[in-house]
Design a binder for this molecule. Structure first.
Ligand SMILES: Cc1cc2nc3c(=O)[nH]c(=O)nc-3n(C[C@H](O)[C@H](O)[C@H](O)COP(=O)(O)OP(=O)(O)OC[C@H]3O[C@@H](n4cnc5c(N)ncnc54)[C@H](O)[C@@H]3O)c2cc1C
Length: 408
């Protein structure tokens, strides 16, 4: 069966079945097939398009064209993988079975869950309607990211508000990256005297890694960005241009009138995982796949593994994390299939390339416990042009040509 052809009459059983063909699913599929070209791998993914989301922040700043961030899904699907172009609607790990929205069921010897995260646009009152107004946008969807750039250009001063929700967030740095980029752009246009940039964040600090947090605190202070922590967005009135937040310490509502609002929506585990026995029951990771933090093997169903945004791991949800998780998962999955002990361990590595302006970036890299772990022999806690060039030019190439081919 060729990779680029959606399966019409595919076998219903796979030696390894992968759910989701995003960064995690394709990287794992590529690595599995590269190591064992005869391995029977099935992959479930409904979308025709594969996106490199880390560039969406720069789409929001007008530096990158939206089309440059996507490719046909068929072009990244590894050869020999059976692509089931459908949605997973139920996962039954005790029966080694998955149900699809086209009525088919698939069974497996081993399952890899890479279903990403659900963006909860519906979890904030009025947000879906407000997103259709020209004053509200988000780099968390590609369509909206290009409208963010239009809004930044149309802004003539006033109050610009940038939100950051409570709970699990895909790329926790992106809400502030777009804030810095917008602020720098307006400053360049001479609008800083006429505008107030407000960061209304649900958390308590800029970033959990102390070495990087210190830099970010200096940046917001120097630029006069008004940071308001413990603000959790609850409602948006697009017609009145008013955002309502719950103040998480004072337990009261706070409203802010905006001229531009950038929203990072609250996020949840995908429903197919949250409603399955694979989910964590309660706590900060409720609904996400309950895997061992080192081996990435499920804690109750040993033939199930998970990685990427869907995995309940106490580290930042990024593509950079997936790049380190995938070889660990694939090594351990092979050991599992061979009946030998799992030997690979993930250390929680993740990275957050904090764009602070076009041409400036602070590269946060860390492991579990927010332990700062820089890769390069330079001071990564500073705003740097070389790290910007890495993000803008090197990492996208590494993604398309290395990671998705199982080579990086
Ligand atoms: C604005 C922004 C900036 C970012 N910046 C960075 C950065 O600078 N560096 C970095 O490393 N990371 C960054 N990230 C994060 C990174 O893009 C994600 O962490 C990564 O893409 C997650 O990969 P994933 O495979 O877990 O999820 P995804 O890539 O979202 O893949 C999940 C896949 O599952 C599919 N799916 C969903 N539901 C179903 C279903 N029911 N059945 C079948 N398939 C389904 C989806 O169609 C999707 O293809 C950024 C993200 C955003 C949005």
């Amino acid at each position: 069966m060729t990779a680029s052809t959606p399966a019409a009459s595919a076998a219903t059983h796979h030696r390894v079945l992968i759910l989701g063909g995003g960064s995690a699913g394709i990287t794992v599929a590529a690595r599995l097939r590269r190591g064992d070209p005869g391995l029977d791998v099935g992959l479930v993914e409904p979308s025709d398009t594969h996106a490199y989301q880390p560039l969406w922040t720069l789409v929001g700043r007008g530096v990158v064209e939206p089309a440059a961030t996507t490719r046909p899904q068929s072009s990244v699907m590894p050869k020999g993988v059976t692509w089931h172009r459908a949605r997973v609607v139920a996962i039954e790990p005790s029966a080694n079975r998955v149900e699809l929205d086209d009525g088919r069921a698939l069974t497996y010897d081993s399952l890899v869950v890479g279903l990403g995260i659900r963006l909860g646009w519906d979890l904030v009152d009025g947000l879906a309607d407000a997103m259709r107004t020209p004053h509200v946008g988000s780099v968390y969807s590609l369509d909206s990211a290009s409208r963010v750039w239009q809004a930044l250009q149309a802004f003539q001063g006033g109050t610009a508000v940038f939100t950051n929700p409570l709970g699990q967030v895909r790329c926790g740095g992106a809400p502030q990256k777009i804030m810095y980029l917008a602020d720098a752009y307006w400053r360049e246009r001479g609008l800083s005297d006429r505008s107030e940039v407000v960061g209304a964040f649900a958390g308590t600090m800029m970033l959990g890694v102390p070495e990087i947090n210190a830099t970010l605190e200096r940046i917001v202070a120097a630029r006069g960005i008004d940071m308001r922590f413990r603000h959790d967005l609850r409602a948006v009135d697009g017609a009145a241009k008013r955002a309502t937040f719950r103040h998480l310490e004072r337990d009261e509502d706070v409203t802010i009138d905006y001229d531009f609002l950038h929203v990072t929506p609250p996020m949840r585990a995908p429903e197919s995982v949250a409603n399955s026995p694979l989910a964590v029951d309660e706590g900060a990771h409720a609904g996400f796949a309950d895997v061992d933090h080192a081996t990435l093997q499920h804690l109750r169903f040993p033939n199930v593994f998970a990685l990427g945004d869907v995995a309940a791991l106490p580290t930042a949800k990024t593509g950079a994390a997936i790049r380190k998780q995938a070889p660990v998962l694939v090594g351990n999955l092979r050991s599992f299939l061979a009946g030998t002990p799992l030997e690979k361990a993930y250390d929680g590595y993740s990275s957050c390339p904090l764009l602070t302006d076009v041409g400036k970036l602070v590269l946060a890299e860390f492991t579990y416990g927010n332990t700062y772990k820089p890769t390069f022999p330079v001071d990564q806690t500073k705003e740097r042009l070389d790290m910007y060039m890495l993000k803008r030019h090197v990492l996208p190439q590494m993604y398309w040509h290395g990671m998705l081919r199982g080579l990086a």
